[in-house]
Design a protein around this ligand. Sequence first.
Ligand code: PMP
Length: 387
Amino acid sequence: MKQVYMDYGSASPVDERVIELILPFFNKDIGNPSSLHSQGIKAKRELEAARKIVADLIGAQNQKSITFTSGATESNNLALRGAALRYKDKGNHIITTSIEHMSVMNTLKDMQRNGFEVTHIPVDRDGLVNTEQIKNAITDKTILISVMYANGEIGTIQPIKEIGEIASDKKILFHVDGTAAVGKVPIDVDKEHIDMMTISSNDMLGPKGIGALYVKQGVRFIPFMLGGGQESGMRSGSENIPGIIGMGKAAELAQKEMIDESAQLMKLRDRLIENILKTEYTYLTGHRTKRLPNNASFRFSFIEGESIILQLNDLGITASTGSACSTKTLEPSHVLIAMGLRHEEAHGSLLLTLGRYNTEGDVDHVIGSVPAIVGKLRALSPLYPMK
Ligand code: PMP
């Protein structure tokens, strides 16, 4: 049976070129970058080279602005807690949106219990945040604004540069969760006035268990991982050298291939969107054009996303209902609810996230399978208005 993987947003395969490069760092080139011997010096050199490549990918002038972490969740925790605690004397108010990833939502919830005040800015039906509302929410106590570059569940890309200009005018720190966007769309932290940005390795086909946080030079921090002072004291703990080198290689490939790859993914994405929307009572979720090149997300009235996923799985197609986090609960996605969908509407979601190895044939298989599955499930649904 043909196998089609369209769940790159939940987990991506590691690029073979990355795997080949990092294998010797598991059992041959095993030095610790803090060691003085030649193995240690080699590890240090590779570590700094990877740091420079990741910095280059997002237009960061200084490679010291990149701190390696264990992944996007840690980077979001580090950014929000580290900066807010450091600037607490200036104020306790943080602005964010109602569609952030749980690693931002839950970190801020915890910080609210510890004296911070958080304003969640709503989004419109397309998942776009209104920059005027952000501006109006700013008070003299606001120290931090955190907005995701793009939402992996609905694909909507936010007006980051505009928000960055507002934050920069008011001298408020601006954190961006770039997990779903870095390596897929061109980003320039200076031009977009970004002070801190979360970067994921696996989302650009690098290894799992590694990520980074960009912190503009001059932004002060209180780190929470204390120990031997690695990563300039921002994040102690012996460095994950194979992971870091792999992330560097993934970033290098993204930089070289992003433009062509995005154009190809957009073609596949748009063919999915155009054809799947031909099924009645089917709607696109997220913005039609301000959208990640690899994201095609839908909702189908009268049926449940989980049933669609299981039926697709039987046909060899791996897809998702939405965020890998909300699939563990029976709650509908907070993102779809924030966009104004009713619970029963949000339950009928299907998320197809494309990636480097998807082909036209994959898209054909999905386009050929979805209408019949939806028809079959609707025939069983008491909600479906039978003709
Ligand atoms: N932020 C966003 C926007 C995400 O989509 C995710 C999940 N891929 C994360 C943060 C957390 O990533 P991880 O689970 O790899 O730490």
